[in-house]
Design a protein around this ligand. Structure first.
Ligand SMILES: Cc1cc2nc3c(=O)[nH]c(=O)nc-3n(C[C@H](O)[C@H](O)[C@H](O)COP(=O)(O)OP(=O)(O)OC[C@H]3O[C@@H](n4cnc5c(N)ncnc54)[C@H](O)[C@@H]3O)c2cc1C
Length: 409
């Protein structure tokens, strides 16, 4: 049987403490938070006290300066628990990482200690009502006015949007320059002109707040800019692989967990004088899913190692996200089937897991966008081989003045 070799005893001790935290501080309350559509703020400060937020932030900015695997432990244990309310992953893996990587000394000193303690909650504001996959088309405008920028526009589907104190906000500083006109700001959400819209009702992730956000003459100092003017698209692209890896880690963990949950259930549940687990169909289904969950885990661990070594490229990250997201959804569906009618009841974790799964094929880059990235890489590789005289070009596409690869991309 495959054994993971990534983690050391310190990571495993930390894993035990994260599990205890989830059992004590999240499990008893999560159903209530699902009704409320949000988790309480004090959960964040408790998680901060437990050392679960932004583990990799250096000590000089209030963190513990741990390695990335400590963050991975938190993502995995949250995924295994099935409690999807707390938006820790976005806060730690995305927002804090943006500040750590691209922030000025002043921004890091101001925001990171508060993000580690859970006093300040982070959100990432990219998507707009008319622009999700196509981020170059965002319209939220930031216009320079002396030493300030004045921001007007709107975002949608923003995780932690009701709670956030600090927002990495993608804006256009030059509306006709496409990706090159995008600039990021680190916005303090207590400023006048920042407005929260509705907490949106969703198919799953019921306890996680997801919001519309509005900016009405929101004035920020130029020092709130993250990175340089016009550099925002490039910065977002450099961090997307990390986000996709984190999503693959979550999906790999959920797939493993759901298989085990279903083995446990079908070992007990009886029909026609046998347990469900005695039926060949049950065993075959679970055998297939278990095998794929192990394959997914091996590839995910390979990507984690590459990421730690600074070698993870966007194609590997896209493959991991695409494959693991598909597996996650398929396992949730097929496991639910083995629970019969009980699987459709909200009180059963498999039912929630099914509803929560669907988002993974959409957010953080959809399955189609992942295919686009992978496919483009195949054809750019074949274009390089054309330059050295390889016969990889399709004849008909040569006639059309285009490779088939260009046609699909
Ligand atoms: C619960 C939830 C939480 C989210 N959290 C955040 C957040 O915190 N911050 C944030 O900024 N955003 C967030 N999002 C937004 C999310 O990232 C977008 O929904 C996603 O990127 C897809 O964009 P879209 O919804 O505009 O769909 P569209 O871009 O309109 O896509 C619709 C469909 O068309 C397909 N498509 C688009 N372009 C192509 C193409 N070139 N080729 C083939 N197919 C294509 C897509 O794959 C998709 O299937 C969240 C969304 C949800 C639902």
């Amino acid at each position: 049987m495959f054994e993971r070799s990534l983690f050391h005893s310190e990571h495993e001790m930390f894993r035990t403490s994260v599990r205890k935290f989830i059992e004590k501080e999240i499990a008893p309350f999560h159903a209530q938070w699902e009704h409320e559509g949000i988790v309480p703020r004090d959960l964040w400060t408790k998680a901060g006290e437990a050392g679960m937020l932004c583990c990799t932030i250096p000590e000089e900015y209030g963190g513990l300066g741990l390695d990335y695997l400590f963050d991975v432990v938190v993502f995995e244990e949250m995924a295994r628990s099935g409690f999807t309310g707390p938006g820790f992953l976005i806060h730690c893996d995305l927002v804090a990482t943006y500040v750590k990587s691209f922030g000025s000394e002043e921004q890091k000193k101001y925001w990171l200690p508060k993000m580690v303690s859970g006093e300040a909650i982070g959100s990432l504001g990219m998507t707009e009502p008319h622009a999700g996959s196509d981020l170059r088309s965002i319209r939220t405008k930031a216009v320079r006015d002396g030493d300030d920028f004045v921001i007007n526009g709107q975002k949608v589907f923003i995780s932690n949007g009701q709670l956030c104190d600090v927002l990495v906000l993608a804006t256009k500083t030059e509306s006709l320059a496409g990706g090159k006109g995008i600039t990021l700001f680190l916005v303090d959400t207590s400023l006048p002109g920042f407005k929260r819209g509705k907490n949106l009702e969703k198919l799953g992730l019921k306890a996680q707040d997801t919001s519309e956000l509005f900016f009405e003459n929101l004035r920020v100092p130029a020092s709130a800019m993250l990175g340089a003017e016009g550099e925002g698209f490039k910065l977002m692209m450099t961090k997307l692989s990390q986000e996709r890896l984190a999503q693959a880690i979550r999906s790999a963990t959920v797939a493993e967990h759901l298989v085990q949950l279903t083995v446990d259930y079908t070992s007990e549940r009886k029909a026609f004088g046998k347990t469900l687990g005695d039926f060949q169909n049950t065993q075959f289904k679970l055998a297939e899913m278990k095998t794929e969950a192990v394959i997914g885990r091996v590839f995910t661990d390979h990507c984690i190692r590459k990421f730690i070594d600074g070698q993870l490229d966007e194609v590997d990250a896209a493959m991991a996200k695409m494959w693991l997201s598909n597996l996650h959804c398929r396992v949730a569906d097929e496991c639910l089937q083995l629970f019969g009618g009980w699987g459709y009841m909200w009180e059963y974790p498999i039912s929630r897991a099914f509803a929560d799964a669907r988002i993974v094929k959409i957010a953080g880059g959809s399955i189609e966008i992942m295919k686009h990235i992978i496919g483009r890489s195949l054809f750019s590789a074949s274009r390089s081989s054309e330059r050295v005289g390889s016969a990889t070009k399709s004849d008909s596409s040569v006639a059309a003045g285009k490779t088939l690869g260009q046609a699909v991309a």
